[in-house]
Structures are given as structure tokens and as C-alpha cells.
Write a protein that binds this ligand. Sequence first.
Ligand SMILES: C[S@@+](CC[C@H](N)C(=O)[O-])C[C@H]1O[C@@H](n2cnc3c(N)ncnc32)[C@H](O)[C@@H]1O
Length: 261
Amino acid sequence: MQILCIMLSDIAQIRLVSSHPEVYDPCDDSFALVDALLADRANLLEHHPSICLEIGCGSGYVITSLALLLGKEASGAHYMATDINPHAVGVTRETLEAHGCHAELVNTDIALGLEKRLARSVDVIVVNPPYVPTPEEEVGCFGITSSWAGGENGRSVIDKILPVADKLLSEKGWLYLLTLTANNPLEICLLMRKKGYASRIILQRSTEEESLHIIKFWRDLDTLLEVKESMVLNKTDNRTVTESLPFPSFSVWRNLSRNFN
Ligand SMILES: C[S@@+](CC[C@H](N)C(=O)[O-])C[C@H]1O[C@@H](n2cnc3c(N)ncnc32)[C@H](O)[C@@H]1O
């Protein structure tokens, strides 16, 4: 019982999470993301993050949970969260306050206006993006629709977030991204691989409706060297390139695809 109480106080409490009709309430995906952060808590504490950023904070359940689970042991950390929906920023502020936490909140598209200030300096980025495949016209709509509308294959917003995350992440930075099988997570890992990132599934959860993966990305020297080698090959032998780019070596490819099956 005591252990249960300690665990519960380590993350945001649903009864203290604020709400608004136009803001996404915490759901299975939000819980999966927080569970993944909890599962990786020991590593996060050792990571000593200076700046943690959530992109698309909705109700504030995730950023508040992150601040609580890192707690006093990461007392120097600065928390930030963005959302394209102005109501979400207000609701997140209330959720943080109800838990005695603080974060800098910005109503913006992904991290527009923050790129210069945060370039190469964010140690942890967490994202539960709008991932549901929808008609492209629904992407970026005002209000609650922006919570789920992901465009073709649910990838429109994800594909905009990835290059921004690459610019903001510090050398030791980690990205935790939630994806749906329909988003083609393997392809996302390969895209990030081309930018020099290794990846690992921290948590996989299947509900009746969807199969979710929380993937952690980090910059990896071996991955970067492999990509650079492929590029050199590209310059010296066009035939080899078609075979070696953009895909990683067969063993890596096999391991990655096995994870998503
Ligand atoms: C699936 S909801 C997740 C909300 C919250 N993080 C959670 O896990 O409960 C996605 C959130 O991303 C926000 N969003 C959608 N497009 C965005 C964009 N281009 N920039 C910033 N936030 C965005 C939505 O308004 C919504 O709050």
C-alpha cells in the first residue's frame, strides 16, 4: 500500500488535472507515455536534464508527471511546454499549479519562435503528437481537432516535429515520441537514423483500438559514422549507394523491423 502511494504521488493525479471542452483529456496514449517515462525514470535521473520540453501539452498531464517524477533530484531542471491550442496552455497552467509545479508555457506551432533560444540545448523532449490518420485538411484545425488530426498516415505533424527536435536536442538529448502502428514507426526510426540517432522502444501497448509504441531517440556516434560511411560510398560508387542508402546494415534493419511486428 505504501509503495502504491509513493508511485501515485510520483505522477500527476487525474483528479487534479484541469479540463476544457476544446482540450484533449488524458487518455490511453497519455498514460502510455507517462508509463514509459516512469519505466525510464532511473536513466532520466542519471541524465540530469537542464531543460525538458513537451511539444503538444494538452491538459498538462504529461509535463506535470515528468516534473513530479524527476522531482527534487532534478531540482535545477527548467520545464517548458508548447501547444498550438491556446486553451491547452491555460489548462496546462492550472494542472501544473494544482500539483505545485511550474513550467514555461508557450502557445505556438511546435516550437516556432523558440528555435534560436533553445538550439542544441534541450536534454529531454516528450511528444504525444496528433497521430490519427485523417484528411489533410483537418491538420492544424483550431481546438480539439488539432489533438488527433495527423493527416496522411497520421504523419503530417510528426514529420514536422522530427527536424525541429533534431535542432533543439542537446548533444546528450533524448526524444520520447509516441507513435501508432499506422504511422510506420520503423520508417520514423530510419529517418532519424539518417540524422545520426539510435532508437529503442521503451514501451509498447495494444488496446482494442490501437497499438502504441513509445520510442526513445538519442544521438549515437556509431550510427552517425555508419551514415557518413554510406555517404562516402555514395560519392565513390553510385551502384553501392542505391543498396546502402537510406537503409542501415541488414542486422540493424532486421532488429528494427522485428521490434515493430
Ligand atoms: C494527442 S494530444 C496529446 C496531449 C497531451 N500531451 C497528452 O498526452 O495528453 C496532441 C496535442 O498536440 C497539440 N498539437 C497539435 N498540433 C500541434 C502543433 N503543430 N504544435 C503544437 N502542438 C500541437 C494538440 O493541440 C494537442 O494538445
